[in-house]
Ligand binder design. Structure first.
Ligand SMILES: NC(=O)c1ccc[n+]([C@@H]2O[C@H](COP(=O)([O-])OP(=O)(O)OC[C@H]3O[C@@H](n4cnc5c(N)ncnc54)[C@H](OP(=O)(O)O)[C@@H]3O)[C@@H](O)[C@H]2O)c1
Length: 301
């Protein structure tokens, strides 16, 4: 099969297309023919060597595709089913024609592989982060990174839970974030004052999906670290803020399935910035590194 392989870790150029043997599904695993792989900031770290993966590695932490074969004891899906989820291994990932997975959900009719791949990690992490804040209907929440994959999902889940949402994003994303049902505020100087100016009452909770040093502003807005959660700033834990990392043991396909069903019903928006063929994986990583992608970047094997 073709794959974007990392044989030595480093800058984006280490990603190169190569022919490798396809993986073989073990017990409980499906062999997935990848139709779209979402790109994630964590994959930049993995490619640079920050995850300590063994080389050669095929990275790519989310996928949408079809079931090509199933191992022993797989139930609930058949060959040909359309599924979206997480590869089982960080080094046998989705930047390839095939990957292995035992954690996925089926893709409803009418949802594209691109939209499905763009939804997995965003919806899972957003739902977990939001749940940690224990929000109640009628409360007001501030969400940073509201135009991103995690933040866009968080805004939509929060609205569905009856929250008033103030979404922080870049200028070119303001209209998009308003379209998700939030009051959009541009990040930049005097952010806390500008958020207070649009808040109708108290700010009851805050979710950081951007990092970028915005946790300080969220602590200021909340008057302390209580009910401030970050998905993007591990260092903020030292200030009493809850940091929550996604990992193989806490992945939850249910919010992914909910988002996909809502996409099928025309009730949920994903934003695709750009798609790249597999042989342009290095270019895709450079684009992600530059930031402000205008939506999810995808590799199409
Ligand atoms: N906890 C976990 O397990 C977990 C899982 C996945 C991701 N993450 C982390 O979550 C973060 C978001 O990931 P993602 O995939 O959603 O990224 P993304 O789609 O690229 O979104 C990034 C967001 O950050 C905003 N942003 C960019 N520069 C900013 C700045 N200087 N100040 C304020 N906001 C800025 C962007 O706004 P504009 O584009 O509108 O400028 C956008 O809303 C990353 O740090 C990622 O590593 C954590």
């Amino acid at each position: 099969m073709r794959a974007a392989v990392v044989t030595s870790f480093g800058a984006a150029d280490v990603l190169h297309e190569a022919q490798v043997d396809p993986p073989v599904p073990g017990r409980g695993q499906t062999l997935v023919e990848v139709r779209a792989a979402g790109l994630n900031p964590a994959e930049l770290i993995a490619r640079s060597g920050g995850f300590g993966l063994p080389a050669p590695a095929i990275i790519g932490f989310e996928f949408a595709g079809t079931v090509a074969a199933i191992g022993d004891d797989v139930t609930g899906v058949e060959v040909g089913a359309r599924i979206a989820g997480w590869p089982d291994s960080f080094s046998q990932g989705s930047y390839a024609e095939f990957t292995l997975s035992s954690n996925y959900t089926t893709i409803p009719d009418g949802v594209t592989f691109e939209d499905a791949a763009a939804t997995v990690i965003g919806a899972d992490n957003a739902a977990r982060g939001l749940a940690l804040l224990r929000p109640s209907p009628g409360e007001t929440i501030v969400i940073t990174g509201a135009s991103g994959a995690l933040g866009g999902a968080a805004v939509q889940f929060a609205r569905l839970q009856g929250l008033t949402v103030i979404g922080i994003c870049g200028r070119s994303s303001l209209e998009y974030v308003e379209g998700l049902g939030a009051t959009a505020v541009e990040y930049g100087d005097h952010l806390a004052d500008r958020v207070r100016a649009v808040a109708l009452g108290s700010i009851d909770a805050a979710l950081d999906t951007a990092g970028k040093g915005l946790v300080s502003t969220l602590i200021d807005l909340r008057g302390g670290a209580g009910r401030v959660v970050t998905l993007a700033d591990p260092a903020a834990a030292a200030r009493g803020v809850t940091f929550s990392a996604g990992h193989p043991r806490n992945r939850d396909s249910r919010p992914v399935r909910e988002a996909l069903e809502r996409i099928a019903a025309g009730e949920w928006r994903t934003r695709i910035g750009r798609t790249f063929p597999l042989h342009q994986a290095a270019e895709a990583h450079r684009t992600l590194e530059a930031g402000h992608t205008g939506g999810k970047l995808l590799l199409i094997p």
